[in-house]
Design a protein around this ligand. Structure first.
Ligand SMILES: *Cc1c(COP(=O)(O)O)cnc(C)c1O
Length: 350
């Protein structure tokens, strides 16, 4: 049996709806592997949110390559987060009118407008992240072109996860007002910060882009499981694995589905790689001190250790003697990073 994601659909949908209702101007983000849930599912869900009357009229995607997959399932506007470049692929003319481009360099706007006159554009201001974006002094002349020759949909700023962004938005608002933008698209601001901005700038519409909090905000609605495929008793000194390591103590070797091909990595998803915990482990004489790693697989709520680094489609885990030995076919819960995991199967429950 494969690596499986089980979604408690009722519970998941309730969270998504409540989040949308509590987040005015929400722009759902669907990119990459669809936060583990697939782009398709997120596009359908966004269509559903729009039908509920939550005002979710725009869906953001990461790249131009993701546009078509959501365009066939969501009927509103599609906002591409990766800035447009002269090498960006052409958009299918059937949906060109629904696509909103991000312009992060002044020189790109005239080039885009040559290819798609009157295109819908959002202009990106650089933030302390320094990933993409133009300076406030480049924004004004670019916005003049956007007003005249494009459909100017506003200004965007993208912030890191660490907060402190409210002051930064405020510092950029003169540029926004100077560019006569009516909408500001933002990320990673709290509800409270958004409320403060709305109170200060009454005639500007703030639109928060959210992926993680919307789709993965209720982790209890999601369960990831792998299946035990084999169990072998081990005596101390027995050899096992690709590298012919020998067992340092007796126990069991558990082979479970899920490997590097699924995005199962050596690093446990919730840290545990800090020097401090490493030093503590050495002091304890634990398995990690002997170069072994805690795996994301759990048995009866406890983390299991990798016997060796994960293989493409499976992982070998080391069970110390005395632990309950799982049966072949039993499911083990796995803690994963949803955005970096591909599941063999997604099961919708309820
Ligand atoms: C991914 C992304 C978001 C959403 O981030 P989450 O942390 O998943 O909510 C917002 N804005 C931009 C530009 C992004 O690339």
């Amino acid at each position: 049996m494969p690596l499986k994601l089980t979604v408690d659909s009722d519970r998941w949908r309730k969270h998504v709806q409540a989040f949308a209702e509590a987040t005015p101007g929400l722009v759902p983000v669907a990119k990459g592997n669809g936060y583990g849930l697939t782009l398709r599912k997120l596009a359908h869900q966004t269509e559903w949110l729009n039908e509920l009357g939550t005002g979710v009229d725009t869906l953001a995607v990461g790249t131009y390559n993701e546009v078509w997959e959501v365009a066939t399932r969501f009927s509103g506007s599609i906002y591409v987060l990766t800035p447009w470049r002269p090498y960006s692929p052409e958009i299918n003319p059937e949906i060109a009118d629904r696509v909103i481009h991000t312009i992060s360099r002044p020189e790109d706007l005239p080039l885009l407008l040559e290819r798609q006159p009157n295109a819908r554009v959002i202009l990106e201001l650089v933030t302390s992240m320094r990933r993409h974006g133009m300076t406030p002094s480049d924004l004004w002349p670019t916005s003049a072109i956007a007003h005249e020759r494009a459909r100017f949909e506003g200004v965007t700023m993208h912030f890191g996860l660490d907060g402190g962004s409210l002051a930064e938005v405020r510092a950029q608002m003169d540029a926004v007002v100077g560019a006569e933008a009516t909408t500001v698209w933002v990320s990673h601001l709290s509800a409270n910060e958004l409320a403060q901005l709305r109170a200060s700038y009454g005639d500007i519409i703030f639109r928060p882009r959210v992926g993680t909090g919307l789709w993965l905000g209720d982790r209890g609605a999601l369960t990831v499981t792998a299946t035990v495929e084999d169990v072998h008793p081990l005596e101390r000194g027995y050899s096992y694995g690709y590298r012919g390591r020998s067992a340092l103590r007796a126990g069991h070797l558990v082979v479970a589905s899920g490997g590097t091909a699924h995005g199962i990595g050596l690093e446990a998803p919730l840290g545990d790689t800090h020097l401090r915990s490493r030093a503590l482990a050495v002091a304890r004489g634990g398995l990690d001190a002997m170069g072994q790693s805690r795996s994301p697989y759990t048995l009866d709520g406890k983390a299991l250790w990798f016997a060796e680094p994960p293989h493409m489609q499976e992982s070998m885990l080391m069970l110390p003697s005395g632990a309950r030995v799982p049966a072949v076919g039993e499911e083990l819960e796995v803690r994963v990073r949803y955005t970096a995991t591909s599941f063999d199967e997604i099961v919708l429950d309820g």
